[in-house]
Ligand binder design. Structure first.
Ligand code: SF4
Ligand code: SF4
Length: 426
């Protein structure tokens, strides 16, 4: 049975000349060596689905699950085919025809789409992790299940000892000495629960740079739903965020220090372009969004940084790399502006680390293979600090450093700048 839903992609897929240059940039293919892991193989599957020589079955969609959506292939592809968009379209077509597992439907449509439910679910997960329930369940095999996915999550996730960052805590927002900018802060789920200390550092650095910051009443940005192909849920989440952020459109910028959130918010205009009510609002919001480093460099103020020591290197989150958001010069410029700290470029800095949201929980062997390659490159730099600008990357890189026994601290860029400002005041 053919898959006519993919017909609009046929011209794009037809551009694949089967040259195989995508092998050079695909982190998953480097681990598996399987043709179906490669962009060329994914185009072949899409072509067969359109022509009806292959059914959109569970097995076929299973073979597509190992795509990181990282566009490593696109960078090496002469026609520049965005395989991530083709894979997402196939996942979407599958969901439309066969539905999706209950846990994903509930997560995308009931939890991530509502900030209050999301905060409640996040607090429950934190409570379980802190009280050792997750670890105890792992030891007794309760988390194992048929493939041990939750057990992997329990190992990969950080300790998460600090209280989460909740939007009601408006008093946590520091005020600038002199107001130069008015910005809205889009809190990411990953940072709020896994790394609330990063949120604190970001808000202090923004205040230090003259920002009067308003906490936005947002929920998840919708990227996880989009990545799994539930585009209806992603659009629903985007509309809810647009309603919740309607009062922020007078601000100078909407800032997020999560590379995935900021890039996806910039894609809202495209995501909702056919929506008669929200298309204009989405386009306007997308133009207002800035990633943390992008905003700071454009604001032009990094003076007053104190001295730090050691060597730092930087990992480009996929969504900020030149394949997506193109925010690569700014984080490097900021790191190099810290006095006393030596910056060393990371080989293959823009190669995916294998986290890809929750990919590492679902395809851990492939993700770990991708991560091991990243860690070999980190060792080559001799850096004691590995900086990045995305919570999923932080989680996975930290897990990689722990697993490899490396004496490397994984830090968000905002934490390093915050430390440098504190050093100046000490
Ligand atoms: S590099 Fe592009 S054109 Fe060549 S095989 Fe891969 S996807 Fe096809
Ligand atoms: S998007 Fe990434 S993982 Fe998927 S085929 Fe391309 S390079 Fe490989």
């Amino acid at each position: 049975m053919a898959t006519p839903e993919l017909l609009p992609l046929f011209d794009t897929i037809a551009q694949c000349n089967r040259c195989g240059f995508c092998q050079a940039g695909c982190p998953v293919f480097r681990v598996t060596g399987e043709e179906h892991s490669l962009a060329r193989g994914r185009q072949a599957i899409a072509r067969s689905l359109i022509l009806g020589t292959m059914d959109l079955s569970k097995e076929v969609i299973g073979a597509l699950e190992d795509c990181l959506l990282c566009r490593g292939c696109t960078a090496h592809c002469f026609p520049g085919i965005r395989t991530d968009e083709i894979v997402t379209a196939m996942r979407h077509a599958y969901i439309k025809r066969h539905g999706q597992p209950a846990w994903r439907r509930i997560l995308f449509r009931n939890i991530l789409s509502d900030s209050r439910t999301l905060e409640f679910a996040g607090r429950m997960a934190l409570w379980a992790k802190r009280h050792g329930l997750a670890t105890a369940a792992e030891k007794t095999g309760l988390l194992g299940g048929p493939d041990g996915r939750l057990s992997v999550a329990n190992r990969v996730l950080p300790r998460m000892d600090a209280p989460p960052f909740l939007r009601e805590a408006k008093t946590q927002v520091p005020r600038p000495k002199k107001i130069l900018h008015q910005v809205g802060y889009f809190a990411s789920c990953g940072l709020s629960f896994q790394y609330p200390e990063v949120v604190g550092a970001t808000l202090r650095v923004l205040a230090r740079n003259g920002c009067e910051t308003t906490l936005l009443d947002n929920t998840c940005c919708g990227r996880p739903a989009q990545a799994y192909g539930d585009l209806d849920a992603a659009r629903d989440i985007a509309r809810k965020n647009l309603d919740r952020m309607a009062g922020a459109m007078h601000l100078d910028a909407i800032v997020s220090e999560c590379g995935s959130c900021s890039t996806f918010l910039k894609e809202y205009g495209e995501l909702l372009k056919d929506d008669p009510i929200y298309a204009g609002k989405a386009e306007a919001l997308s133009k207002k969004v800035r990633s943390f480093s992008e905003f700071l460099v454009a604001a032009g103020s990094t003076d007053g940084l104190g001295e730090l020591s050691g060597t730092v290197t930087y990992h480009d989150p996929c969504h900020l790399s030149n394949r997506f958001g193109k925010i690569t010069a700014q984080p490097r410029q900021l790191l190099k502006s810290v006095p006393g700290m030596i910056y060393k470029e990371l080989p293959e800095a823009d190669w995916c680390c294998g986290a890809a949201g929750s990919y590492t929980f679902l395809h851990h062997d492939e993700a770990k293979g991708v991560l091991d390659r990243k860690m070999v490159n980190v060792v080559k730099t001799g850096a004691q600090t590995l900086a990045t600008e995305c919570p999923a990357c932080m989680m996975h890189l930290d897990y990689g450093a722990r697993s490899a026994g490396l004496d490397v601290r994984v830090r968000h860029l905002s934490q390093i700048l915050d430390e440098a400002y504190q050093a100046a005041e000490a």
